[in-house]
Design a protein around this ligand. Sequence first.
Ligand code: GRF
Length: 200
Amino acid sequence: INLGVLASGRGSNLQSIMDACGAGQIPARVAVVISDNSSAFALERARRAGINAEYINPKAFSGKGNYERKIVEVLQQNNVELVCLAGYMRLVGKALLAAFNERVINIHPALLPAFPGLHAQEQAWHYGVKFSGCTVHFVDDGMDTGPIILQAVVPVHASDTTDTLAERILEQEHKIYPEAVRLFCEGKLEIQGRKVYLKE
Ligand code: GRF
């Protein structure tokens, strides 16, 4: 299976997926990495691994629809079957979702439906929850609202700062994201309404 990864930043989740593919843990390869940020380290990680890396400037397009149609074109040129958002800092719109129906997934650094949106680790720390974690979910047209595939829980310690909490969560992200991609690629995920069932 060819994966397309959309990333805006450092790309550590991208790296965990590339590593799992390289180690043969996922029957897939990252075919292309697309970023809306020309200086995203994610692009550099892709180039170093010999993977197509494409910067697509949203400002070069009039409107989200045209921008996303360009993304879809690049994904299709690379025969992408699953789109993985990995620190992609934009809400996905109709054009991308229509082209990749039930084939876009995302990682979020909180236990959804708690703390959707930006700075989820900070939100959780400020709220004072005793546990937080991360969520891999299918993407729909809401903000972090799609059907949940996998979650991992981490404790919040009294001595934590938002940074130490984010670090503990990130460690789990790097485990469950490749695992969710594997389940998808092996055809083990079945969406029924809000629920994602694991087929054996
Ligand atoms: C991660 O915390 C992820 O959960 C969130 O954005 C961050 C991306 O980090 N969606 P990285 O670019 O994968 O290192």
